[in-house]
Design a protein around this ligand. Structure first.
Ligand code: PEP
Length: 247
């Protein structure tokens, strides 16, 4: 069960960091949270799998920050060398698993059916699934951004997806790690189209080059319920500034 009433800012560290960085970054966020007297939104960090246990230990004394994983397998257990089951993530204290990130879809050839199985596994383990969708630059230039996102969404969402177990992250592939972002109007168009396909109250995050400088404008767009943050989540000050930009 996740609390869908507040905006969510989730930091996706991707394949970055170390045990020391995990400790230091979470300590800095904890201090910022204490100084502010509480969290301005729901905050989640998604470190690489090897650091989840360290992060869980650090977050035991920082209740305002939740833990998420960057991926999970679609099966509950079994012969899947190198993979991680959703149940293991729940066992470690994770609250969320990101599934269907474009880097997984691209690097590992994951299609929406695979993403759907992963999301279903996350739900079955009691995790919230952060389901990522987004068009490529070619899709957008061909006027197919909304259609592609709609197709991905329909094929990636598991049965029973609702505001208590799922979050959508709209992440245009061309905006990830590039410093490019859609205009607020373009973000609003896609978020409205996603909203129309979802159960009531499901949060829709925007992701793609969110920085302290553009966070307030993006988070103020209608139907934007938070952000999925890559690069800027590796810096405690930058990530905290984005969290504080939630309306
Ligand atoms: C991401 O990969 O989820 C992401 C949004 O990355 P960045 O913020 O670095 O563009």
């Amino acid at each position: 069960m996740i609390d869908s009433a507040r905006p969510l800012v989730a930091g996706n560290w991707k394949m970055n960091g170390s045990r020391a960085m995990t400790r230091d970054l979470l300590a800095s966020l904890g201090t910022a949270l204490d100084d502010a007297g509480g969290a301005p939104c729901e905050i989640v960090v998604c470190p690489p799998a090897p650091y989840l246990a360290d992060a869980a230990r650090a977050l035991a004394s920082i209740p305002g920050i939740g833990l998420g994983a960057q991926d999970c397998h679609g099966a509950a257990s079994g012969a899947h060398t190198g993979d991680v089951a959703a149940e293991m993530l729940a066992d470690l204290g994770c609250r969320y698993a990101i599934v269907g990130h474009s880097e997984r879809r691209g690097d590992h050839g994951e299609d929406s059916a695979t993403v759907r199985a992963k999301a279903a596994a996350a739900l079955a383990a009691g995790l919230g699934a952060i389901v990522c969708v987004g068009e490529t630059r070619a899709d957008r230039e061909a006027g197919r951004a909304e259609a592609v996102v709609g197709e991905q969404l329909d094929a990636s969402l598991p049965d029973g997806a609702n505001a208590e177990n799922c979050v959508i992250a709209y992440e245009p592939v061309w905006a990830i790690g590039t410093g490019l972002t859609p205009t607020p109007a373009q973000i609003g168009e896609i978020h409205a189209a996603i909203r129309a396909r979802l159960a009531d109250g499901v949060r829709i995050l925007y992701g793609g080059s969110v920085k302290p400088e553009n966070a307030a404008a993006i988070l103020a767009v209608a139907d934007v319920d938070g952000a999925l943050v890559g690069g800027a989540s590796l810096d405690a000050d930058a990530f905290w500034s984005i969290c504080r930009s939630c309306p």
